[in-house]
Write a new protein. Structure first.
Length: 181
């Protein structure tokens, strides 16, 4: 299924666990250091570095670009490191997160309450994923290096909906299909 950002809460609610997607449009990268700083700054009354409403955050820290390329390898990081921050970013308007690995119950409850999805990207495929990035620019916290917030323009970024806005979770449902007694 092809989807284009921004992803509204309604669009997020239409995506179902197991949907294979290709995302085109603008997404942002932010890892734990950037999430921490964004929320600390928000508590100080400073604005977020981008309007988070209906946006997608990819939990990744891009490698430096080779000459002539917009970005280096850009594989997903382990998402649980953002679990402390995700319920708040979802409440503030975030509708889509991309990463790898399981999410905690608090994140899933926020996804259900507000209408957000979690999409899995393939770990170890950062060099291939980078081919989907057409443009990359640092928009906040350059002192964090690869963990700065990047604005990416992507085309056909591949993923699979792991957890949908109803709380359906492939990490829970799929292993049961393959268990033998």
């Amino acid at each position: 299924m092809n989807i284009t950002t921004p992803i509204t809460r309604q669009k997020a609610r239409e995506l179902k666990a197991g949907d294979i997607v290709k995302i085109s449009g603008v997404i942002y990268t932010a890892r734990d250091a950037a999430h921490k700083r964004m929320l600390e700054n928000l508590q100080k009354g400073e604005p977020l570095p981008f309007d988070i409403t209906d946006q997608t955050i990819y939990f990744a820290g891009p490698a430096p670009a080779k000459p002539g390329e917009p970005i280096g390898s850009v594989g997903p990081t382990t998402s649980y490191r953002m679990d402390a921050y995700s319920p708040e970013t979802i409440r503030l308007g975030l509708t889509c997160m991309i990463g790898k690995g399981a999410r905690n119950a608090e994140v899933i409850e926020a996804m259900k309450k507000y209408g957000a999805v979690y999409i899995g990207a393939v770990g170890g495929a950062g060099a291939l994923i980078s081919k989907c990035v057409k443009k990359c620019e640092v928009i906040a916290y350059p002192d964090l290096g690869s963990e700065a917030v990047h604005r990416l323009e992507v085309e056909d970024f591949p993923g699979i909906v792991i957890i949908d806005s109803q709380g359906n979770n492939l990490y829970e449902s799929e292993p049961k299909k393959y268990r033998t007694v």
